[in-house]
Design a protein. Structure first.
Length: 399
């Protein structure tokens, strides 16, 4: 009798010990993805677009049943966990740490902005979490030897190349160049890349002046610009300072032959329609536009417009690309094991609404292409380079 009781006890104990192991495997019913968003605060406009792109990716994935994970043997839907950092970088970093250590998410989607990416990727690198980034174009992010970061937004060097290239074709008409740049990591990085590209092209820069982050009064710096009377004026900004600067240019009668803003016409309601006819012929960094001949780009643009009642802009497209690339990496790896996903991100090629992606050891897409857009008939068009353009560039700018 004692022997029978002992056997029953051991059998029961074995069931108790084995049940949690079996349960864990059986309970994996979703892929939990975390992100920190900028829903409030000074970057809430860009942050909402970033969040919109995430929501569209999650909905599109779940509409087709989820992501197929080979070692689980089925598709798993995606559940998104988000926190608002109120546009504060230190809070952003803390919340990504929380997502990893407290919420124990499977994977991550990116915040908005180069400054946030620069800070929070120290956390993802420490925890060995692969991060397909969004609006992270500053080269400084990629010079630290990190192995778990991957870009979607073209780098600053890629973004400025079309401008220097185009001005090189009209060099005899561009004698005086002025550059104004906002005190923020991304415009600072753009400034460095633009300065290098222009000087390499043989141009002199007559004026290069910084203005404060979030500036609304440009009277002082624009008075200097008016006295200089430049042929080409570059405003390297975070939105919405380009709106204030451009309106005050109109008041002062500043009329350069070539006027470029880093971020402006992308926000068509606020910039193109908010300012009016003066915007015709203004050039802007390309980044991304639904007119690009990339798989799914036009469809994404249409769905974005239908859902959010606004034109899709790069800040919404990049997190969607991040999701697409992450999804493909999971399916190529056949697992949610982050090391194996990271290996695939470094070794495979991916396609998304931003075109083809193939990453080098730094996480930089070696297939990225830069282009320049221009406002024509109240719409952004691709104006340069000729092999990507869908419109002929207007020069000089009309007034």
């Amino acid at each position: 009798m004692e022997s029978i009781i002992r056997k029953l006890f051991l059998w029961g104990l074995a069931l108790v010990l084995l049940t949690p192991v079996i349960g864990v495997a059986a309970e994996k019913t979703e892929v939990v993805v975390g992100a920190v968003i900028q829903a409030t605060g000074k970057f809430s406009g860009e942050g909402r677009e970033n969040h919109n792109g995430m929501l569209m990716w999650v909905d599109d994935v779940n509409a087709k049943g989820g992501i197929f994970v080979k070692d689980i043997g089925k598709k798993l839907p995606v559940r998104l966990i988000t926190y608002d950092d109120r546009s504060d970088t230190s809070t952003c970093v803390k919340l990504y740490e929380r997502l990893i250590t407290v919420d124990k998410v499977d994977l991550l989607l990116p915040p908005w902005g180069s400054a946030n990416h620069f800070a929070m990727t120290a956390v993802t690198e420490k925890h060995k979490f692969p991060l397909v980034m969004g609006s992270a174009a500053a080269m400084q992010i990629f010079t630290r030897g990190f192995k778990y970061i991957f870009e979607t937004a073209p780098l600053t060097t890629t973004n400025v190349a079309p401008f220097a290239d185009y001005l090189g074709t009209i060099k005899d008409q561009i004698k005086i160049i002025a550059v104004l740049y906002e005190n923020h990591l991304f415009p600072l990085a753009i400034k460095d890349s633009l300065e290098n590209a222009l000087r390499k092209g043989g141009f002199d820069i007559a004026m290069m002046e910084q203005y404060p982050l979030g500036c609304t009064d440009f009277s002082s710096v624009l008075t200097k610009v008016k006295a200089l009377n430049p042929d080409a004026l570059f405003l390297l900004n975070i939105f919405p300072s380009s709106v204030y600067a451009t309106k005050q240019m109109i008041e002062l009668g500043i009329k350069p032959k070539f006027y470029m803003v880093n971020i402006g016409p992308t926000y068509s309601n606020e910039f193109i329609y908010g300012i009016g006819d003066f915007t015709e012929g203004i050039c802007e960094t390309g980044y991304w536009i639904s007119d690009l001949n990339y798989e799914g780009a036009k469809e994404f643009g249409k769905k974005y417009l239908d859902r959010f009642k606004k034109i899709a802009i790069p800040d919404g497209a990049w997190p969607y690309m991040a999701g697409q690339i992450l999804e493909q990496a999971i399916e190529k790896a056949g697992t949610l094991d982050r090391e194996k996903i990271n290996d695939k991100l470094h070794s495979e090629e991916f396609n998304c609404i931003g075109g083809p992606f193939k990453y080098d050891e730094k996480g930089i897409n070696v297939k990225q292409k830069g282009f320049m857009t221009q406002v024509q008939n109240k719409k952004r068009v691709i104006a340069w380079p000729p092999n990507l353009a869908n419109a002929k560039i207007i020069f000089p700018k009309k007034y």
